[in-house]
Design a protein around this ligand. Structure first.
Ligand code: GLC
Length: 717
């Protein structure tokens, strides 16, 4: 029995130059008109000039396309079918940033697992996920697609998502190729403006933006996608340092690298390529392997190889990597193994998937404020006024990148509330604002009148589901349109009001914080949004989410993150009481810090206990705390551990997340929690880009978020 590598070599030897190039060519099915699909495209497939399609799914349609490739082409090489399955295929889960708020790696892995089960049942082999871009700038709308601002949390989530999509065995028909994207530093776009330039020290690149990609590679991710942006003057698609030196050589990545949409062609616009042929030359010689939709490989690679501009070895390496993935999926043994209509009918929108969607959605919700125990609500309130068009929207609950999500099956927030309350409760509704425009005074007046008739108001405000995702940068990250006007009018009423935020990015909502007693961050929670929100609103689920990203007090603080440097003039330092790193008009503190989230109960932390005052390389430090549930309800608490390296050969952040765990504690009970840190947890990237440890003094912090912490000191000898 030949190994996959051996089978690849046998096939490679049979392939013509054109057939090899065909494997590196991917088309967007949706961008091909009907006539072409039934005409010249079929010939291209027959001639082996296409390796993959994306944006087409369904067993019947994919089997028909696959049939042309495997029965009518010379070498019968199967096609790869890909899709953007970012947070679910048909059953849609919370947007990735919301899932990150669970800090629950098992849940996040299971979400990707179910997405892969449904996608593979629909005939798909490959998802362009996980998006692992670190983001510290909420003006950038793709912050919604990732895991937030922290490299440690982001790395663990990246690996969990890869495991969920791929498991450890791609030969299973319910696993799909994952794709770590967008390589690299796409989230550092200057001014938070989409596709904008990124430029940073290699120190920052290695410390902040590369770790989640390394974690994905270590988890065995099968593919990586270039990012659109240039990094330090070189567009990522043709950035040899990134793609070959780091990814393929240093990290020994053995999968393949695909461009983002037409990004090879965009090397011309970047001012990096003279023309399409030059773009193809630069991209493949930098180590990129497959061309998404630009066609520059199809048009120019043969000439480049013939002329020697592209070595045969480089071409063969790229083709080998693609063929290996197809063999690993078992497509050469059975090209139709993902096309089982019975499986498709049985698994898609399976009740177990819907049930899980409700569970993970509820656990993604973050309780930001709850004065006077406003929440949870009683189910038998006499009259509730649900105000806000978002509460009555199905499509917006799916968020961006919702693949084949079916908005018809989405439970809206209004539906969830109606299903939850007692039979005698009256639920009123008023949209209060336009979803895509400025609300008229009459809309606000009607909403106010509706609210005045109620004993309780549930005010749902935020962004439309498509205000985050690709190409959605906003220069103002407040509530859109004139929702603030509505909120201000509701706040004047003497009616208890709970605010539900629906958004894919941090928003500057200080007014909401200052005007209302209770706020729930509900993100875009997917197919079961309404039931999950109602579960939390009425106390069937005690919220446990914690922010994976800082919420700024004001846009002027952006970019903002918890793991910032101290500077030489830190605020509140005794030596610099006046001339300190600060603003003259607002505090440095964010509206809500990274890791923040409340519960319907309360937790008390003991002092931090250490088993040693210093450790050496090879030793571990035990960090313990006792957490007590001092409230009346059982609750889950995400205990977080941060460190600070006080002095090092490069300055270190004031805090770095290094451990966390989620524990359930019954009311009145206490739990001892232990963490173990070793010297490797204290390593950092030095001036020469080597990860190393240095002896010195450290502080370890433990607490419920990145601000309210207990601490203890220790040394590394
Ligand atoms: C888009 C996105 C990328 C996506 C690809 C295919 O431009 O940048 O994340 O996977 O094109 O849809």
């Amino acid at each position: 029995m030949l190994t996959i590598d051996q089978r690849v070599e046998v096939l490679l030897k049979q392939m013509s130059l054109e057939e090899k190039i065909g494997q590196l060519n991917q088309y967007n099915w949706k961008a091909i008109d009907e006539r072409t699909r039934s005409g010249s495209l079929l010939n291209e497939i027959r001639e082996g000039k296409v390796g993959s399609f994306f944006n087409v799914s369904g067993t019947e349609q994919l089997a028909a396309i696959q049939k042309i490739a495997v029965e009518q082409s010379r070498l019968k090489v199967p096609l790869l079918f890909a899709h953007d399955i970012i947070h679910g295929y048909k059953t849609i889960f919370p947007v990735p940033l919301a899932e990150a708020a669970t800090w629950d790696l098992d849940l996040i892995e299971k979400s990707a697992r179910i997405a892969a089960i449904e996608a593979s049942a629909a005939g798909l082999h490959w998802t362009f996920a996980p998006m692992v871009d670190i983001a510290r700038d909420p003006r950038w709308g793709r912050i919604m697609e990732g895991a937030g601002e922290d490299p440690y949390l982001g790395s663990l989530i990246a690996a969990a998502r890869v495991r969920g999509f791929q498991c450890s065995d791609l030969s299973r028909p319910d696993t799909i190729l994952a794709c770590a994207k967008h390589f690299a530093a796409y989230g550092a776009a200057e001014a938070g403006r989409e596709y904008n330039t990124t430029d940073m020290s290699l120190l920052r690149l290695w410390e902040v933006y590369l770790p989640p990609f390394k974690a994905a590679v270590d988890a065995g991710v099968a593919t990586v996608m270039n990012s659109f942006n240039e990094l330090n003057g070189i567009p990522s698609s043709a950035n040899k340092y990134l793609v070959t030196d780091v990814l393929k050589n240093k990290w020994e990545f053995d999968g393949f690298v695909i461009s983002d949409y037409k990004a090879f062609f965009e090397l011309i616009a970047h001012g990096y390529a003279e023309d399409r042929a030059h773009a193809a030359d630069l991209a493949i010689n930098a180590g990129s392997d497959m061309d998404m939709q630009s066609g520059v490989f199809t048009d120019h690679l043969a000439g480049l190889v013939t002329s020697g501009r592209v070595k045969q070895e480089r071409l063969d390496d790229a083709v080998r990597r693609v063929l290996k993935a197809k063999f690993a999926l078992g497509l050469f043994d059975d090209p139709y193994r993902y096309c089982d209509p019975d499986r498709e009918k049985k698994l898609i929108l399976h009740p177990d998937h819907i049930k899980f969607a409700r569970e993970i959605a509820a656990k993604s919700i973050v309780l930001l404020k709850n004065d006077n125990k406003t929440l949870p609500l009683k189910k038998d309130v006499k009259t509730i006024a649900v105000i806000g068009a978002l509460a009555d929207s199905k499509i917006d609950m799916l968020g961006s990148w919702h693949a084949e999500g079916d908005s018809d099956v989405v439970v809206t927030i209004l539906e969830g509330i109606k299903a939850k309350v007692a039979p005698g409760t009256t639920v009123l509704f008023a949209p209060g604002y336009q979803l895509h425009g400025v609300a008229g005074a009459d809309q606000i007046d009607y909403a106010v009148e509706t609210a005045e008739r109620a004993d309780l108001v549930i005010l749902t405000v935020g962004e439309n589901g498509d205000m985050t995702g690709e190409c959605t940068s906003r220069a103002d990250i407040g509530l859109p349109y004139n929702q603030d006007d509505l909120a201000a009018e509701i706040a004047k009423l003497n009616v208890p009001t709970v605010v539900l935020l629906a958004n894919g990015r941090p928003l500057t909502v200080k007014n909401l914080r200052d005007s209302f007693p209770a706020i729930l961050e509900t993100w875009f929670l997917g197919t079961q949004a309404g039931n999950a929100v109602a579960d939390v609103l009425f106390g069937d689920v005690n919220p446990s989410g914690k922010l994976p990203v800082t919420f700024p007090l004001a846009l002027g603080q952006v970019p903002i993150c918890y793991n910032h440097k101290n500077t030489g003039r830190p605020l509140h330092a005794k030596d610099t009481p006046v001339h300190a790193s600060m603003y003259s008009d607002i505090p440095n503190d964010p509206l809500y810090p990274f890791g923040f989230g409340l519960s319907y109960t309360t937790f008390e932390y003991s002092d931090v206990r250490l088993n040693k005052t210093a450790i050496k390389n090879g030793e571990s430090l035990r960090v313990s705390v006792t957490v007590k549930n001092t409230g009346r309800l059982a609750g889950d608490e995400i205990v977080q551990v941060y460190i600070r390296d006080l002095v090092a050969s490069v300055t270190r952040p004031v805090k770095e997340l290094k451990r966390f765990c989620k524990i359930r504690i019954e009311p009145g009970q206490s739990r001892n929690v232990e963490f173990f840190l070793t010297a490797s947890d204290l390593a950092f990237c030095d001036q020469d880009l080597n990860f190393k440890t240095e002896p010195g003094r450290f502080v370890v912090f433990v607490g419920p978020n990145s601000r309210d912490l207990k601490q203890a000191s220790f040394g590394l000898e």
